[in-house]
Design a protein around this ligand. Sequence first.
Ligand code: SAH
Length: 213
Amino acid sequence: MKDTFKHQGMRKQLADVLRKKGIKDAAILKAIETIPRHLYLDSSFESHAYQDKAFPIAANQTISQPYTVAFQSELLRIKSGANILEIGTGSGYQTAVLLEMGAKVYSIERQQELYKKTKLLLSKLGYRPKQLIFGDGYKGLEEQAPFDGIIVTAGAPFVPKPLLSQLKVGGRLVIPVGEDPQIMTLFTRTSEKAFAKEEFGEFRFVPLLEDKN
Ligand code: SAH
């Protein structure tokens, strides 16, 4: 697992691309510059790692486009030490971004193959999420709730109720909603009973599937 000056240079360029596309949060740009994204793809696809593109990973899933990762992370408005739940661990790249930003991260993946592979990879790379869970993200993670933020990294046909109810007051749920494409949606819990909803345009994700396999 090599990380060379060339890789580091390409990451800086990728961060510049994201800055030009409107990403402002310095902690996110720094995370993009820091994380060796090429190690989250199969080595034969290394040359694709620092383009601003989604890419296939194991089990017919994708590593999200860097711009999408940055955009969702920005919507979460993470403060260091925040408790964040991620639905759809996938390659672990988004998990790594959240950890670099100083969040305490819980992440759920429904594909056992990916869950195992990514657990190993993150630990090899020295990332320490609070918990990686093999399970169904539709249910959230009641035992660790409430969360400052919840990020869903697969396209949700509807907004799962448990995810709303597991937010702190003031907490934020960032979720792409719809079939194809999805609308990036932010729910902010404004009180025990009320949520504010904002929409941020179209994105494309693999679907959030029910249950685990
Ligand atoms: N954050 C990931 C995105 C991976 S794609 C990354 O940056 O690589 C979305 C992931 O969500 C896939 O790995 C898919 O298996 C997972 N997923 C789909 N439905 C799910 C569910 N109900 N619960 C948990 N994970 C789910």
